[in-house]
Design a protein around this ligand. Structure first.
Ligand SMILES: Nc1nc2c(c(=O)[nH]1)N[C@H]1C(S)=C(S)[C@@H](COP(=O)(O)OP(=O)(O)OC[C@H]3O[C@@H](n4cnc5c(=O)[nH]c(N)nc54)[C@H](O)[C@@H]3O)O[C@H]1N2
Ligand SMILES: Nc1nc2c(c(=O)[nH]1)N[C@H]1C(S)=C(S)[C@@H](COP(=O)(O)OP(=O)(O)OC[C@H]3O[C@@H](n4cnc5c(=O)[nH]c(N)nc54)[C@H](O)[C@@H]3O)O[C@H]1N2
Ligand code: SF4
Ligand SMILES: [Mo]
Length: 762
């Protein structure tokens, strides 16, 4: 446990945020797109980027409490990419597919904005322009396939209205195949929290977070991915609270962060974030939380009266804690008993603890256990059902949570199912739908004819890129609705026809839309205009309503009328739990918190009104031997590691904005972050080029960067790394184990390896 660790390499900055933020804002402001950037920042619509949520009716820079200066540089990055000029005329006509496939993620994004519908026919080497009439004719024919052979995939950037229409269209056709990026993201949080509390989202509002005096931040690189959460952590430390970070990587921004929302001097000097930093083995968080629970139990700090009144099943968990030895816990997670006891004491002493987490928790074969172990800890320490405490999954895409609320999920809640059946006047199909992994497998087996992708990059987001490409290639027709080209449009090609269809982004859409933040706050986005002169864009709502009208006319509802987003909102208010107030939002402009999600009292929406505690098994984390990957060649050194695949500081998911990651000292993307002790053990050297061999493939010539990562673990950047991994998923939700990928790192021996080669401690 480090109370005050510092980054290993002198070339990396000593804090997150700080000067590079000022520099970034200045460069963006002074660029030719600067004036339009500022106009967009001030537009009354929610930030495009992450689900922390900023903007909307409070103005571009404010959060839901009206606090100013809440826009971050990530938001600027996202807007600047959308403000690019159109892809120049002739690019698609002259550049063949083979050439387009050579583009990196950044190069594909930098082609510019999509401005006209494109079609790639079977056997052709180029995308060609087509008109919307032809698009609709192709789409209509494709979606007349049997309902179990059509599917959608979506990424949480679109509006609630578009998301609602998407699921209504598929379900009305008789299909439940609504794969969504959340299947690759926070699905374990939704399933785990539903199991415990009967509600699958955060129970903590921004206001409530501001009353906490301890935050446990697990598996999140918030300085890069949710920068405004850092403001709350800085304020928490300033009011004397503590921040406990649990992460195998010492992310520099989690030690110290300089935020522009604070006076310039503290911004440049940076504020301390972590009071305690625990560095466990990747994938061992359930063991960490069992350790914290056991320490609470042994210290007599478990609130049995609270549990007796508000929870069920907790007795079995206490029995599990007694039966589980400290040795089993500490050897699994690699933290000492003292570290865990000290941390538990801080939690027990706090008045209100918020437990927050992101992908370090969910991207594991036991992601749901991880979430339930956190929820159990919150319950055992009496930290749910009151302000200033609770469980808070930190959501990803800006409207990914809205997609779930709108019913874009293969696990539709009974309440919404009934409401939709009433609306449509007929029962919905009971055939289970494909989540994202199941969709790839079904496609690979030739069971999918037509796929509609509302945003995203299905090819790039999946593990095992080779498998994803092959599977998509067995679908007849794929429609990609997108704002900008991405690699998926060039690699994720259908067998017969692939269409790339240009849509308005959130701040350009010619009608009002809504979105929901990770804190359950529904924002209203005002209409806008696009800078793309002469472009032929469509709104997502208009596209989906027209496709539905062509397929179903007025059966059983008037699909043509759904061109009116206010009417869509009316249907949402009637069928989506907690969304009643949306019916009046056009008139009142009143944004709102979704009803029934925030718990001020420990009364939960389970049949008994109590939370449901259940034991979570200790994970078994053995790594395969080097021989599993073919072993080491003569004169080679190397070892097997648990590879974390994550985002750099300069990307948004599969879209790369910047080549390097200076905060981690990784100068380009073809790098692997490793612990020096592992290099020593394997006989490899810093900056040496090595092969990283996974179960599905290998990447050659990868540069080793030594850094503050736990022994036995390594880190590489997604999406490039996805080519080497097989899809290993949590069977209960299909989410891939992106944060514990077994790999063999090997290269020419640079020195004599230390004793016990090829196998790290864990
Ligand atoms: N700028 C920017 N913002 C974004 C995104 C983006 O790409 N760029 N993406 C958006 C989306 S969709 C999402 S889901 C979020 C992602 O936000 P994060 O979850 O913060 O993103 P990751 O890069 O996946 O980083 C996960 C963190 O978990 C740690 N970790 C890895 N394995 C483990 C483990 O086993 N245990 C623990 N305790 N920690 C572990 C890693 O070291 C890393 O710090 O961000 C959203 N916001
Ligand atoms: N190895 C590894 N793989 C991972 C992850 C990981 O950590 N490691 N993370 C996983 C996670 S958490 C996620 S969420 C997925 C992300 O997977 P996706 O959500 O599928 O991918 P994105 O890169 O966010 O999609 C970006 C594209 O969306 C389009 N787009 C942007 N805005 C709009 C809009 O308003 N409308 C429409 N129609 N299109 C728009 C643009 O064309 C852009 O190119 O990746 C997953 N894959
Ligand atoms: S924290 Fe997230 S929502 Fe807020 S401005 Fe930054 S990217 Fe946008
Ligand atoms: Mo995500």
């Amino acid at each position: 446990m480090s109370d005050n660790a510092s980054p290993a390499d002198a070339s990396t900055p000593g804090q997150g945020g700080g000067w590079p933020l000022i520099d970034g804002w200045a460069k963006a402001t002074l660029s030719p797109r600067g004036p339009k950037l500022w106009q967009t920042l001030n537009h009354r619509s929610a930030c495009l980027s992450c689900a922390w949520g900023t903007g909307g009716q409070h103005g571009g820079f404010r959060d839901e409490l009206g606090e100013p200066l809440q826009r971050c540089l990530k938001s600027v990055e996202a807007i600047m990419a959308e403000l690019q000029p159109a892809v120049p005329d002739g690019v698609f006509g002259t550049r063949s597919l083979a050439e387009l496939q050579q583009l990196s993620s950044m190069e594909a994004d930098r082609l510019g904005r999509l401005s006209h519908p494109l079609l790639l026919r079977e056997g052709r080497s180029h995308y060609e322009r087509i008109g919307w009439d032809d698009v609709f004719a192709i789409a209509e024919a494709a979606f007349r396939a049997p309902p179990e052979r059509v599917a959608s995939y979506s990424s949480g950037r679109s509006s609630n209205e578009a998301a609602y229409l998407l699921q209504l269209l598929l379900r009305a056709m008789g299909s439940n195949n609504l794969a969504d990026c959340s299947d690759l993201c926070h699905a374990p949080s939704t399933v785990g929290l539903n199991a415990v509390f009967g509600s699958g989202t955060s129970m903590v509002s921004l206001e409530s977070l501001q009353q906490a005096d301890c935050v446990v931040l697990v598996g999140s690189n918030a300085p890069a991915n949710h920068p405004r959460l850092m403001n709350e952590l800085i304020k928490l430390r300033q009011r004397g609270g503590s921040v406990i970070v649990i992460n195998p990587v010492i992310e520099v921004g989690l030690l110290k962060f300089g935020s522009p929302a604070f006076p310039i001097r503290s911004m440049l000097a940076g504020s301390e974030i972590a009071s305690l930093f625990l560095q466990p083995v990747p994938g061992s968080d359930t063991a960490v939380f069992l350790g914290l629970q056991k320490a609470l139990l042994e210290a007599g700090a478990i609130k049995r009266d609270f549990l007796a009144a508000h929870a069920e099943g907790w007795e079995a968990l206490l029995e599990q804690l007694e039966a589980t030895s400290w040795e089993a816990i500490t050897t699994t997670c690699g933290l000492s008993r003292q570290e865990l006891e000290h941390t538990a004491a801080v939690i027990a002493a706090a008045r209100g603890v918020v437990f927050a987490w992101a992908m370090g928790i969910t991207h594991h074969a036991n992601g749901i256990d991880n979430v339930q172990a956190i929820a159990n800890t919150a319950l055992l320490s009496d930290n749910v059902g009151r302000p200033g405490a609770g469980t808070m999954p930190i959501r990803g895409h800006s409207n990914v949570q809205g997609f779930g609320s709108m019913g874009v999920t293969v696990k539709l809640r009974a309440e919404m199912q009934q409401a939709l059946e009433q609306l449509l006047g007929r029962p919905l199909s009971r055939v289970p739908g494909y989540d994202t992994r199941a969709l790839i497998e079904a496609a690979d087996a030739g069971r999918v004819d037509s796929l509609l992708c509302l945003g995203g990059n299905l090819w790039g987001a999946n593990p095992d890129s080779g498998e994803a490409k092959r599977a998509l290639g067995r679908i007849d027709t794929i429609l990609y609705l997108a704002t900008k080209p991405n690699q998926g449009h060039f690699h994720g090609l259908a067998a017969r026809q692939t269409l790339v269809l240009p849509v308005f982004n959130r701040f350009e859409t010619p009608h009002r839309t809504t979105t929901e933040s990770g804190n359950n706050y529904v924002r209203l986005n005002e209409p806008g205009t696009t800078h793309l002169a002469g472009a032929d864009l469509i709104s997502e709502v208009a596209f989906l309503a027209e496709l539905a009208r062509r397929l179903m006319g007025s059966d059983p509802i008037d699909w043509g009328r759904l061109q009116d987003p206010a009417y869509v909102r009316d249907l949402i208010s009637r069928t989506v739990p907690g969304y009643g107030p949306i019916a009046r939002i056009d008139a009142t402009r009143q944004e709102f918190s979704v009803e029934g999600r925030l718990f001020d009292t420990p009364q939960f929406p389970t049949p008994s009104g109590r939370a449901r505690v259940a034991p979570t098994p200790l994970p078994k984390l053995a790594l395969p031997k080097a021989e599993h990957f073919g072993g080491l060649g003569p004169g080679e050194g190397g070892l097997v590691l648990a590879l974390i695949t994550a985002r750099s500081y300069g990307q948004h998911n599969t879209v790369v904005y910047k080549a390097g990651d200076s905060y981690r000292g990784m100068p380009h993307r073809h790098t692997i972050l490793m612990n020096r002790a592992d290099l020593h053990r394997a006989g490899l050297a810093a900056h040496q080029r090595v092969t990283v061999q996974g179960e599905a493939g290998a990447l050659e010539g990868v540069e080793i960067i030594p850094g503050e990562i736990r022994e036995g673990a390594a880190l590489m950047f997604y999406p490039e790394v996805n080519v080497i991994m097989k899809a290993v998923v949590d069977p209960r939700c299909g989410t891939p184990a992106f944060k514990r990928v077994p790999v063999l790192v090997r290269g020419p021996l640079a020195s004599m390896p230390a004793a016990g080669t090829a196998q790290p401690p864990r």
